[in-house]
Write a protein that binds this ligand. Structure first.
Ligand code: SF4
Length: 242
C-alpha cells in the first residue's frame, strides 16, 4: 500500500477483497494501513456477509475509525440482513447490500481467444485492476487462476502482472500496462454464459464455455476437437503454471 501510494496520489476507490476477507484473522489491520496510505479514498470491504454478525466490536470500531464502507454481495441464502444493517447503523458504518442471483462462466479452455477482443468484452463490464503481494494485474483472473489450475490440472497463465516494487515502475508505466491484454486473456471468451446461482458441483464445466457457445458468440478459430463440457481441457500443458 505504501508503495502504491507513492506511485498514485489519486486512487479514488480501493476494494479490500478475498476470497472472503472476513476469514482473515487480522482483517482490521488492513483498514489502518490502507487509510494511512490513501486518506481520501473510498475504501470498501467486499464480503459475502456470512461472518459479519459474528465480528467483534474491535472490527466495527476499525471500520468507523478508518472510514471503511462495507459492500455485501448477497446470494440467495438465509442471511439476517436486518441484524447486519442494525450492527452497521449502530457503528455508523456505511453498508451496501448487493443482491446477486447469477454467476457467469467465463473460461475458454481452448486458449485461442484474440486477447484484445476478449479484453474489450470484460472491460465493457468492469475495470478492476487487482493488487496481490506487490504485483498488480489487469484483473483478478491471472492473480488467482493458479488455484483453478491446481484444482483442474489446467495451465492457464498466471504471469500477467507488473511488480510495483521494481525500481523502474512508475504510475504511467503501470497505467499503460493495465491497458494491455495479458496471456490469460486468451482464455477468456468474447461473451460469458450466465446461470442462476446455486450450490457448486465442483466440476470444470461450471466455469467453461463450450465450443457451441463459443461459435454462437462468433468464436472458435482453431481446428480439431475442443471442449464439449465433458472432456478434458485442451489447455492442459500449455502456458505457465505457478
Ligand atoms: S484475463 Fe484479460 S480478458 Fe480476461 S478478465 Fe482479465 S483482462 Fe479481461
Amino acid at each position: 500500500m505504501r508503495r502504491l501510494s507513492r506511485l498514485f496520489k489519486n486512487v479514488e476507490c480501493i476494494r479490500l477483497m478475498g476470497g472472503e476477507p472476513l476469514l482473515h484473522p487480522q482483517v482490521s489491520s488492513f483498514f489502518a494501513v490502507t487509510r494511512r496510505c490513501f486518506p481520501d479514498a473510498d475504501i470498501r470491504l467486499v464480503t459475502n456477509g456470512l461472518l459479519l454478525s459474528t465480528m467483534e466490536p474491535a472490527f466495527w470500531w476499525s471500520c468507523t475509525t478508518y472510514r471503511i464502507r462495507i459492500d455485501v454481495t448477497l446470494y440467495p441464502i438465509a442471511l439476517d440482513t436486518d441484524r447486519i444493517r442494525g450492527l452497521a447503523d449502530s457503528h455508523q458504518v456505511p453498508l451496501r447490500i448487493i443482491e446477486t442471483t447469477e454467476f457467469h462462466a467465463g473460461m475458454n479452455l481452448r486458449g485461442d481467444s484474440e486477447p484484445a477482443q476478449a479484453m474489450r468484452y470484460c472491460r465493457a463490464h468492469n475495470y478492476c485492476p487487482f493488487l496481490k503481494e506487490g504485483r498488480i494485474y489487469p484483473c483478478v483472473r491471472p492473480a488467482v487462476v493458479g488455484y483453478f489450475n491446481r484444482a483442474f490440472n489446467t495451465s492457464i497463465p498466471t504471469a500477467g502482472y507488473l511488480d510495483i516494487h521494481e525500481r523502474t515502475a512508475t504510475g504511467w508505466k503501470i497505467l499503460e500496462f493495465l491497458e494491455k491484454p495479458c496471456e490469460a486473456c486468451r482464455y477468456c471468451p468474447y461473451e460469458y454464459r450466465y446461470f442462476p446461482w446455486g450450490r457448486s458441483t465442483k466440476q470444470l464445466e461450471e466455469w467453461c464455455i463450450t465450443d457451441d457457445e463459443l461459435r454462437a458468440a462468433g468464436q472458435v478459430s482453431c481446428e480439431g476437437p475442443g471442449f464439449t463440457g465433458t472432456d478434458v481441457p485442451l489447455s492442459a500443458g500449455l502456458g505457465e503454471q505457478h
